[in-house]
Design a protein around this ligand. Sequence first.
Ligand code: ATP
Length: 235
Amino acid sequence: MNGPLLTVTHLTARHGLLTAVREMSLTVRAGEVVSLVGANGAGKSTLLRTIAGAHPATAGHIALGGRDVTGMRAYQRVREGIALVPEGRRLFPDLTVEENLLVAAGRSRTTRWDLDRVLAAFPMLRPLLRQRASSLSGGQQQATAIARALLTGPRLLLVDEVSLGLSPAAVADVYASLATLAAEGVTMILVEQDLTRAMSAAGRVVCLREGQMVLAQPADAVTRQQVVDAYFGIR
Ligand code: ATP
């Protein structure tokens, strides 16, 4: 495939009168990992949800692999290869881990990710397969939610608030699994509040402020202070 995997062009998304994402343009290449950072309310979740079709675009376009998906419903975008791990993970609490995973498996557009391959990336889930999702720790729930998204066979994996509410050990486990996925060439956009994690996990850091992109740099070409300054709008 020539050109970027994801192309977002002049995208605007609103909540009523509030413009949460303002004329944003962003491209992501296949195999790239992008960390999306920014203060509370900067528009990170709205951007991810709009790319996934969980929130409507007011203006602009979203294309995956050169195909315009802007007018598609969320389930159609899953078929096109966009998978969202939403904030809060949204598992089925009364189903087991295995059942939560298999709910997604039927929707796979490719056979690239089967249960065995997903469990190789998330080994912590193997002994938990028969446990109900409601009994899991936060880190186990996040792993299950990411594994479930992978089973849809995505070309682009969007993970909102990767480490929100997780213990440091659980954050380390989830990032170890994300590093495995990155090494396998999975294209990801990660929303992450922890700048150190955001910068170490991704090839590129994108910072939003008030719905606009204020920084987009290779992670190794920018200092933490530059990201902090962009985050708070200090020049
Ligand atoms: P957070 O880290 O707090 O989730 P964020 O960067 O993901 O922040 P968004 O959740 O996208 O930001 O929110 C962007 C703006 O849109 C904020 O001003 C927020 O208050 C507003 N907003 C988000 N969701 C809604 C909603 N459902 N209804 C009304 N306003 C909303």
